[in-house]
Write a protein that binds this ligand. Sequence first.
Ligand SMILES: Nc1ncnc2c1ncn2[C@@H]1O[C@H](COP(=O)(O)OP(=O)(O)O)[C@@H](O)[C@H]1O
Ligand SMILES: [Mg+2]
Length: 256
Amino acid sequence: MADEILLRTENLRREFGALVAVDDVSITVKARTLHSIIGPNGAGKTTFFNLLSGNLAPTSGKVFFKDQDITNLPLHRTTHLGMGRSFQITNIFPNLTVLENVRLAAQAMGRSNFRFWRPYTAFGDYLERAHEVMAQVGLEPVALLPARTLPHGDQRKLELAMILAPDPELLLLDEPTAGMASEQVPELMALIQRIQEEGQKTVMLVEHNMNVVMGYSDVITVMHQGAVLAEGTPGDIARNEAVQIAYLGGLYELAL
Ligand SMILES: Nc1ncnc2c1ncn2[C@@H]1O[C@H](COP(=O)(O)OP(=O)(O)O)[C@@H](O)[C@H]1O
Ligand SMILES: [Mg+2]
């Protein structure tokens, strides 16, 4: 099942008035890969993620997740199907501890409905899951600190832990390294890659800086003005003429 497709879009489109934010995008995402979507600010990356997760309804086109048409399902339904997504605005409760934030994320987003029938053990289950996830991202040492006291880099790890808590099959990460000091970026990217590999997860990651994802992605889709400009392995993308022209033309933040 090496080539199993987890997610697929068909001519996915979103207009805002006269603006075409996502312009008939058709992509396939293979299971258990790290698939990055890159492109400059305004390329339509976040809107595309919003269409995948059900945050936003498409103008036209379709989204399939595990061969199921999920095009018009709302966010809570896609979450139950196994999609986890991050938001640019975080859902961290600043005055709760790291542990409480992760446990609440496991509980609130928990997709195992059977838990409703086991109210007395559920709390312990979620607590156990929270500890498991904190260990995975390296936050166990700060488990009992209020979230607001964490340095920025650890807050990004906490967000990652909160997405992981309900054990999604697909993680949609929108600029997970945003606002981090550049020397901390490789550590978070390596962590995301490890989570993908060890957890057999599929990760879709949005990033505006191509260099950040080059060393970690299996596949890169380049978006430009709402449309797909190129797609391939990092090597393919580095060699792609249209991408090179776009980068040399200064459309992107950093050159190859
Ligand atoms: N809710 C909205 N209403 C109107 N325009 C929007 C809305 N959301 C995004 N846009 C526009 O759609 C385009 C794509 O935005 P976005 O998806 O946020 O790009 P990216 O994440 O690649 O920076 C931009 O021109 C943006 O201004
Ligand atoms: Mg964005």
